[in-house]
Every structure is written in structure tokens, then in C-alpha cells.
Design a binder for this molecule. Structure first.
Ligand code: ZN
Length: 271
């Protein structure tokens, strides 16, 4: 099972987690006005003031992060000066499954025009993760967006029409067409689009570098920039884009890392 555990570096030694997990890292800092930011494998990790004497940040371990000990470097800036702390995070290999799929040839071997479209759409999608609110916009624990059967697991190595393709960066949850898809937490709509592969899709920004994605919708109920509340229906399950049947592709990015979306639901959030 994916997990997100609470970590206080220094108290019990090294931090560790499997590829695709999220580490909730708390660091003791007495000045509530401090500016705190971390870097992990060249990715920026914002920290926020959690409570008296503590700042917290989310370190996503990408599905393909290198195994072994990696440095989390934390930079603290206050009126009194700057301080740098270094923590070690042990990245543990996850054993991913292999999924074989057969899809219509024209959805796999793209012609030049479609390839051009897909490249532009990939750029647009990547841009959706560039800007985030520096404070959390979430409100208590994260939810699952829809109830259903998991038909495609996070991280699976995909063989499509006999060819190895990119690993699956989300969870596929099968549900009847038209089932409401719920915002897993409060935030703002970062992108609402109709793309070749992902079909009708929504990206939500939950602040602090946490984004959730909902793809293959039959209908989108929100617009770019709109605030959404936790549990609000943002769209409906469908099979738009490249999909073999009605399901929700649910993905999560944490500060640039592709993580198991279920890991978000286990964060130690009260509410
Ligand atoms: Zn999927």
C-alpha cells in the first residue's frame, strides 16, 4: 500500500520511502516568519509554517527516482541570517507490474499532424505544473475522486501493441460513464482541456506544489482559474481521448514528482 508517513529528520535517523511515495517532512524552526525552501534531486520543495516551532514540506519520490541515499537540502532565511541543513533520504525501489494493452494502430503509431498536436499538448500540460500557490489550499485530508475498480495501477510498465511504452503515471479507476468525479481537495483549476491522449481533462492546484489530474472525462464542469471546494463534482467519468472504456485516470504531482495518488490520502492532515 502507498503511504505517507510523518517524518522528523534528526530524531530517528535517516528518512526513507519507496519510489512513488510522499514524505511529509517536518523541520524545527523557531521563527514563524522564516522563509524555508528545500531542494531534492534538483526539484524545489516549498515549506510552510505548520505550527509553533515547526515548518512542513512534501517531498514526492518520483516513480523513477534513482535508488539509494539522496540529499534533501533545506535553506532557512530569517532576519537573523541564513542557515542550511542537509538530510539524507533513502529511495527504495518499488516493484512495478507489467501491463499489456492492445489499442487501435492509429492511437499508437501517430501520423505527423497528430504527433505535432500531441507535442503541443504535452507542453501545455507541463506548463500547468509550473505555477503553484506557495501556501496549502487544501482543507483537511485528501479524498478519492471516484469509487470503482482499479484497472490500471500506478507505475506499471506498459507494453502497447507489443512495444514497450512510458510507465503508467496514475491510477485507472473504472466506473460507469457519467459517474461524478470529485475534487480530492480544495484548490484552483490549473487547466481544463481536451487532449488527444488524455481526452477531456482537469488539473487542480492544491497549493504547495501539489497537483491532481483527472483524465478521459465525458464532461468538464469547471473552468481555468476557478476555485473549487473539496468534494465538488468537477466532471464526469468517460472514455474521451485514448481509453479502452469508461474510467478515470487519476494522477498526482508533488513538486514535480509523479507519485502514487493514493499516497495523498494517507497524509497526516487533520480536519
Ligand atoms: Zn491511466
Amino acid at each position: 500500500m502507498p503511504s505517507a508517513e510523518r517524518h522528523r529528520p534528526g530524531a530517528d535517523g535517516q528518512l526513507s520511502g519507496k519510489q512513488g511515495q510522499i514524505l511529509w517532512v517536518e523541520v524545527p524552526i523557531s521563527d514563524p516568519q522564516a522563509n524555508v525552501s528545500g531542494t531534492f534531486l534538483k526539484r524545489k520543495i516549498p515549506f510552510f509554517h505548520l505550527n509553533d516551532g515547526t515548518f512542513a514540506g512534501l517531498v514526492g519520490l518520483d516513480m523513477e527516482d534513482p535508488e539509494g541515499s539522496q540529499e534533501l537540502s533545506v535553506h532557512i532565511s530569517t532576519q537573523a541570517g541564513t542557515e542550511h541543513r542537509s538530510y539524507a533520504i533513502l529511495v527504495i525501489k518499488e516493484n512495478y507490474t507489467v501491463q499489456k494493452l492492445t489499442l487501435p494502430k492509429e492511437k499508437v503509431d501517430l501520423d505527423a499532424k497528430t504527433l505535432k498536436r500531441v507535442k503541443a499538448e504535452q507542453k501545455e500540460m507541463a506548463g500547468a505544473f509550473h505555477h503553484t500557490n506557495t501556501d496549502p489550499l487544501w482543507n483537511g485530508p485528501f479524498l478519492e475522486p471516484v469509487n470503482g475498480k482499479i484497472t490500471g495501477v500506478f507505475g506499471s510498465r506498459r507494453i502497447i501493441n507489443g512495444q514497450p511504452r512510458r510507465p503508467h503515471s496514475g491510477e485507472d479507476i473504472a466506473a460507469p460513464k457519467g459517474t461524478p468525479v470529485l475534487a480530492i481537495n480544495s484548490g484552483t483549476v490549473s487547466l481544463a482541456v481536451d487532449h488527444f491522449f488524455s481526452g477531456k481533462g482537469v488539473v487542480l492546484d492544491h497549493g504547495l506544489g501539489v497537483f491532481s489530474m483527472y483524465f478521459h472525462l465525458s464532461e468538464i464542469n469547471v473552468r481555468n482559474g476557478q476555485p473549487v471546494q473539496k468534494g465538488e463534482a468537477i466532471g464526469k467519468v468517460g472514455a474521451s481521448g485514448r481509453a479502452t472504456g469508461p474510467h478515470l485516470h487519476w494522477g498526482v504531482r508533488v513538486n514535480g514528482s509523479r507519485v502514487n495518488p493514493f499516497a495523498l490520502t494517507t497524509l497526516p492532515l487533520k480536519g
